[in-house]
Design a binder for this molecule. Sequence first.
Ligand code: FES
Length: 142
Amino acid sequence: MGMYNEKVMEYFLHPRNVGEIENADGTGTYGSPVCGDMMSISIKVEDDRIVDAKFKTFGCGSAIASSSVATEMMIGKTVDEALAITNKTIVDELGGLPAVKIHCSVLADHAIKSAIYDYAQKTGKHYAGLEGFDPNSDEHGE
Ligand code: FES
């Protein structure tokens, strides 16, 4: 015990925004090359603003907490603002993760960008924050 702070435990035990948005404007699924866990995020976008986000995670508690807090961070933001979310800002929002669990937040970071990438593909939009992002990359920059 004591490995996780209270906020991480709270999001793990009572995750917000679990599920999948019907007729989502973008959906991204990402598998961690580190542990093989999977995460998918779906988003609803109106006037370039993310009005809803949901997640499904087949992964560890840190991944569940990271993706849940990530959906909360996305909702209400413009697409550009949401692209500025990184695994670091997710970890900060959670009040920290153990070092061996940082890759779980990277999973959430990639799932966000994959969902927005899908939205951009469908709508033909271009976002500076997606430059160089490859949804199939298994790079796990920490
Ligand atoms: Fe796989 Fe956390 S151990 S996402």
